[in-house]
Design a protein around this ligand. Structure first.
Ligand code: HEC
Ligand code: HEC
Length: 281
């Protein structure tokens, strides 16, 4: 840094290096100054217009009267208005009437998807794809029946099908015979099926009875699907389903959603959704 200013006629700060390298003290360019002033003016206008400064026990509300919750409520009202066109019709309609109306049922499908995700998917899987121990809802194989009124009943009142445990009634050999015939899809022609009264619940053709929720034993769609299906079938025959007298019994409980859990309209929506997922009848 040199002592004397070799450039007395220019506005510099008096800091020099290497003879002619020096720090100038020019005004900032005008685009920068304009930008600077615009930005603080914007801040002032913004804080007057919108809610801004904290006060002792509240805050400055702004002259625009805007609040984020107000904006949210306005948006919500706009959505409710679109929904109301459909929602207002639903309480007075039966589920089958909703299915018959294309526009309504496509609205219901979208609306019930969320309901299904919140209430049903944990057990039945996303889109009703089923889970180990929980029936698939996206196929046309029904335990209790796939007409929409039955589906409404299932959701409203819940279901808990019962199969007696047969471990103490049948010999190991008999269980083995029945299980093999079931896995081969030929149980209807297995004499034990009649002798041991399996038909009383599963029907003479072994295709199941909707009134009892007894599965079709001939279609290879497994209610209790396991890697070793023969072992799974033997287990079901031995310990039954929801048979309180056998501590190892399989548990199959479809909870009650009627009453306080879901409104009638929500249940109707879900029934239409399940019906349309795949295999309504
Ligand atoms: C806690 C687990 C669970 C939840 C949650 C659940 N389910 Fe189920 N659901 C079951 C079980 C288990 C069965 C079979 C009951 C049986 O075998 O007795 C079933 C059966 C059904 C059936 C009968 C299927 C048929 O083949 O006849 C329908 C329909 C159904 N559920 C719909 C729903 C809907 C809609 C929801 C949501 C509102 C729901 N479930 C929530 C466990 C559940
Ligand atoms: C009291 C009625 C009843 C009787 C008797 C009965 N079942 Fe069942 N069975 C059911 C019901 C109901 C289910 C389905 C339970 C469910 O899905 O919640 C079932 C399920 C089954 C399953 C499970 C199939 C699968 O897909 O995983 C097999 C296997 C079975 N029964 C075999 C038999 C055999 C063999 C007999 C005769 C020894 C028999 N059942 C007698 C009611 C009965």
């Amino acid at each position: 840094m040199s002592e004397k200013n070799p450039f007395p006629n220019e506005s510099n700060t008096g800091h020099f290096w290497d003879d002619n390298l020096r720090e100038l003290a020019n005004d900032p360019p005008s685009w920068w100054r304009i930008g600077f002033h615009l930005s603080w003016i914007l801040v002032v206008v913004y804080t007057i217009y919108y809610p801004s400064w904290p006060l002792i026990d509240s805050h400055f509300k702004g002259i625009a009267g805007w609040t984020s919750i107000g904006e949210y409520n306005e948006d919500l009202q706009a959505i409710e208005k679109v929904r109301a066109k459909y929602e207002d019709q639903l309480p007075g309609m039966s589920a089958s009437a909703i299915i018959a109306d294309d526009e309504l049922s496509s609205y219901v499908m979208r609306s019930a998807k969320v309901l299904f995700g919140d209430n049903c998917a944990a057990c039945h899987g996303a889109g009703g794809a089923g889970n180990s121990g929980y029936p698939i809802l996206a196929d046309d194989d029904w335990l209790f029946g796939g007409d929409v009124d039955t589906i409404v009943q299932t959701i409203t009142g819940g279901r808990q099908a019962v199969m007696t445990a047969h471990g103490k009634i049948l010999s190991e050999e008999e269980i083995d015979k029945l299980a093999n015939a079931i896995v081969d899809g030929k149980v209807a022609s297995e004499p034990l099926f009649m002798e041991k009264a399996c038909f009383a619940c599963h029907g003479a053709d072994a295709k199941g009875m909707h009134a009892l929720g007894s599965v079709n034993l001939t279609d290879g769609i497994w209610r209790f699907a396991e890697a070793d299906q023969l072992a799974s079938v033997k287990y079901t025959i031995t310990h039954g389903v929801n048979d309180a007298s056998d501590p190892q019994t399989r548990s199959a409980v479809m909870p009650v959603f009627g009453g306080t859990k879901l409104s009638e309209t929500d249940i109707k929506k879900l029934a239409v959704y399940v019906y349309k997922l795949g295999g309504g009848q």
